[in-house]
Design a protein around this ligand. Structure first.
Ligand SMILES: [Zn+2]
Length: 261
C-alpha cells in the first residue's frame, strides 16, 4: 500500500513490481508552495493561483517521478472526448505556461517512451491506460460530460488503432468524487444513461462515474484484474484533494503524471 501521508500516490502500486518503467504518479495537495485556497500542491494554471507556484509544484511532481519538467505535456481540457496523440517532439508543451496548440484535449495518448502527460482534475476521475507490449500510455479526464461523450472508449480505441490488444492493457483509476457524494441533476443522469454500467452506477440522484469507467473498460476487452480501482474520494478528503464541488469552484487541481520511461 502507498503511504497516505506522501504527497504523491502511485496509481499502479497494486501491480508493482510488474510494469517496470511505467510512471503514473498522482499529485495530492501536499508538499507544494501555493497559498490558500490553492494550498499547497495546485497543478493547474486555470485557477487564479500564482503561475510561478504552479510551475514549482509541477517541477516537484516531475522530480518525484525522476524526470524533468520539460519532459511533460499538459493540454487544455474542456470536458470533451478528443484524443491528442503525442510524441517526444511535444515534450515541454504546456508545461510552464498554458499551451495554445493543445487546447480542447481531454484524452492524451503518448506514443513514445520519454514523454509524459500531466492530466488535471478537481473531482473528475482520471483513467490511466498503459500497454506494456508497445510502451504506449494514455490518460483520460473523465467527468460526466466526457464520460457521456465516450472518452474512455475513445482512448482505448486510440490504443487499438496503434496495434494494442485490449487484453494486454493495464488501467488505473484516480481519486475523484465518489458515488456517495456526487449528487447530480436529470440532465447528467440522462446524458450518461447510454454508457455501459450506467444503471448500476446510479443510485437515486447519486452517480458513481468510476463504476461506469470500469464497465466501459471491461466492455472494451480489458481484463478485470488489470483495472486497478481507487476508493479515494476528493470531496471527503480536504487534506489530500482539491474538490471543485466542496470548495465551490475556488480551489486548485490535483493531477496524474503518466508515461513510460
Ligand atoms: Zn465521497
Amino acid at each position: 500500500m502507498s503511504d497516505p501521508t506522501s504527497p504523491h500516490l502511485d496509481l499502479f502500486a497494486a501491480a508493482r513490481p510488474r510494469l517496470p518503467g511505467l510512471i503514473a504518479l498522482y499529485g495530492t495537495r501536499r508538499g507544494g508552495v501555493s497559498a490558500h485556497p490553492f494550498d499547497s500542491g495546485n497543478l493547474g494554471f486555470s485557477t487564479g493561483d500564482d503561475p510561478a507556484a504552479v510551475v514549482e509544484n509541477r517541477r516537484r511532481l516531475a522530480a518525484a517521478a525522476g524526470i524533468s519538467l520539460d519532459a511533460l505535456v499538459v493540454a487544455g481540457q474542456c470536458h470533451g472526448a478528443e484524443v491528442a496523440v503525442l510524441g517526444v517532439e511535444d515534450r515541454g508543451e504546456g508545461a510552464r505556461a498554458p499551451s495554445e496548440r493543445l487546447r480542447g484535449f481531454d484524452a492524451l495518448l503518448l506514443q513514445d517512451p520519454g514523454v509524459y502527460a500531466l492530466s488535471l482534475s478537481a473531482d473528475c476521475p482520471l483513467v490511466v491506460l498503459a500497454d506494456p507490449e508497445s510502451r504506449i500510455a494514455g490518460v483520460a479526464h473523465a467527468g460526466w460530460r466526457g464520460t457521456a461523450a465516450g472518452i474512455v472508449g475513445a482512448l482505448v480505441e486510440a490504443f487499438r488503432a496503434r496495434g494494442s490488444r485490449p487484453e494486454a492493457l493495464w488501467a488505473a483509476q484516480s481519486p475523484g468524487i465518489c458515488g456517495g457524494c456526487y449528487e447530480v441533476g436529470d440532465e447528467v443522469l440522462e446524458a450518461v444513461a447510454g454508457r455501459p454500467g450506467a444503471r448500476e452506477a446510479c443510485s437515486g440522484r447519486f452517480l458513481d462515474l468510476r463504476q461506469i469507467h470500469r464497465a466501459e473498460l471491461l466492455a472494451q476487452g480489458l481484463r478485470a484484474g488489470r483495472v486497478l480501482p481507487s476508493v479515494d474520494c476528493s470531496f471527503e478528503d480536504p487534506q489530500r484533494f482539491f474538490s471543485h464541488r466542496r470548495d465551490r469552484g475556488v480551489t486548485g487541481r490535483n493531477g496524474v503524471l503518466v508515461g513510460w520511461s
